[in-house]
Design a protein around this ligand. Structure first.
Ligand SMILES: Cc1cc2nc3c(=O)[nH]c(=O)nc-3n(C[C@H](O)[C@H](O)[C@H](O)COP(=O)(O)OP(=O)(O)OC[C@H]3O[C@@H](n4cnc5c(N)ncnc54)[C@H](O)[C@@H]3O)c2cc1C
Length: 420
């Protein structure tokens, strides 16, 4: 297959942001785009009107220097009106925006689409990178970007006919005439984050009237968005300074609690956003481990907030119950016996099972990619030639899954390679 300046592997938002940035910043480059699916990634493939963005439309633009670009696109290209009161629009609309950006990039004439799953990536003796596809074809380039997205969920669940171990592929494949279980039945959800909340409102939309029983370690839903007056610049700087002064998990938690007693907690968390990577990176590895062990669940619950309309719908639903508990093998067995369906809405299992997607195995073996010390993600050892984008970087970075970070990382990469 003809050789490229860069090979980009992945088909979701990270890959599309990268395409858009490369066609802008590197107009002479020939780009080979390897993707295993024609869509725009799992997050924005849902057609449910109740599956909403968890970031206001006004901040979801693809460009760090034009964060309102999606809002502008909605107004110009669709009939959807983003009201001041309801900025959380259906995610399917964002899928349309990503598809439009993809078309724009393809229209540049720089991009050759290579349909197929990349199975292996290696640096050849000629210092060229070669990607091997599942059907045996290979493609070569001077540089590679790997943006394979969130790993599949599943973990160590026992096989059972009522178990859905990886919930999004299941949801997206439901036929339009799907018959939900009867109103006498229970559907159990494991996990109570944004995916579980999407499942509750989605199941209701699809006509399920029975009991939705939710079990999670916290026994609490993700917090909902609400207005909160932002910290002023002085208060923000003071907060960041006391955190930076002592980079330990204990100090971070204590200082955030103090600030949250003084200011609205949402404003405190939002004030950290521009500093969260540097605050994370300032922690020694054993302190990062403590954050993950003790603070990550509450952080996720408070930081990744649900659209208010979703939280209200769930709060007002008398046939939804939520309980706290760990899912041991006996609990899993009991849930599967007593429920028509058990939907695993827990987080992805990246790295926890000890194996990385096969795409990375050769790179790790050859020393071009390193497993981070926390064993939660991967790092490129040759950033001038090999870039990783998205969730696979978790650990090196604290925030690497949401659009605001993904667009930033894609823009930084294009600039870095343009100037290299
Ligand atoms: C349900 C859900 C809702 C979300 N909502 C929001 C939101 O409202 N706002 C927000 O900011 N963020 C949200 N996120 C975060 C979300 O992860 C990102 O916004 C974004 O979709 C991640 O894009 P990505 O390209 O990194 O990964 P993905 O979307 O997972 O895309 C990866 C792509 O690469 C392809 N691929 C993987 N491996 C290979 C291979 N070996 N060869 C070829 N192709 C491959 C996959 O098929 C897939 O198409 C949400 C996430 C989920 C799961």
């Amino acid at each position: 297959m003809s050789d490229f300046d860069v090979l980009l592997v992945g088909g979701g938002a990270s890959a599309i942001f990268t395409l858009v940035q490369f066609t802008r910043e590197l107009p002479s480059w020939r780009i080979g785009w390897v993707r295993d699916q024609p869509g725009v990634g799992v997050a924005y493939a849902t057609s449910s009107a109740r599956h909403l963005l968890n970031v206001p439309a006004q901040r979801m633009g693809a460009f760090p220097d034009a964060v309102d670009d999606f809002d502008r696109w909605l107004r110009n290209e669709t009939t959807h009106h983003v009201g001041a009161l309801e900025p959380f629009v259906p995610r399917g609309l964002y899928g349309g925006y990503l598809a439009a950006l993809r078309q724009q990039a393809l229209g540049s004439g720089q991009v050759t689409v290579v349909e197929g799953k990349a199975l292996d990536c290696r640096r050849a003796a000629s210092a060229e990178w070669r990607v091997v596809l599942a059907d045996g074809r290979t493609a070569g380039a001077k540089r590679v970007v790997l943006a394979p997205g969130l790993p599949t969920m599943g973990g160590a669940w026992p096989k059972h006919p009522s178990l859905v171990a990886d919930v999004w592929p299941w949801w997206l494949a439901l036929p339009s005439d799907w018959q939900p279980p009867s109103a006498r039945e229970t559907i159990a959800l494991v996990g109570s984050g944004l995916t579980a909340m999407d499942m509750v409102v989605g199941l209701r939309e699809r006509g399920f009237e029975g009991h939705v029983r939710v079990l999670s370690r916290s026994g609490r839903w993700s917090a909902a968005h609400a207005d909160a007056t932002p910290l002023d610049a002085a208060a923000q700087q003071q907060l960041i300074a006391v955190l930076q002064a002592q980079p330990t998990a204990r100090n971070y938690v204590r200082r955030l609690r103090v600030a949250a007693a003084q200011y609205p907690w949402r404003a405190v968390i939002d004030a950290l956003r521009p500093y969260s990577q540097s605050l994370w990176q300032a922690l020694p590895t054993f302190e990062q481990r403590r954050v993950l062990r003790h603070g990550f669940e509450p952080w996720n619950r408070l930081r990744h907030r649900a659209p208010p309309v979703t939280a209200r719908a769930i709060g007002a639903d008398p046939r939804v119950s939520i309980e706290r508990g760990r899912v041991t093998s006996q609990v899993a067995e009991a849930l599967m016996q007593s429920s028509a369906l058990v939907l695993n809405c827990g987080g992805p299992t990246l790295g926890r099972g000890g194996r990385w997607p096969s795409l990375f195995e050769g790179l790790i073996a050859d020393g071009h990619v390193r497993v981070n010390e926390l064993k939660t993600g991967l790092q490129s050892v040759l950033p001038a030639e090999l870039a990783l984008l998205g969730a696979v970087r978790f650990g090196e970075l604290f925030e690497c899954t949401a659009v605001p970070e993904l667009r930033q990382h894609a823009a930084e990469l294009a600039r870095y390679w343009r100037e290299a």
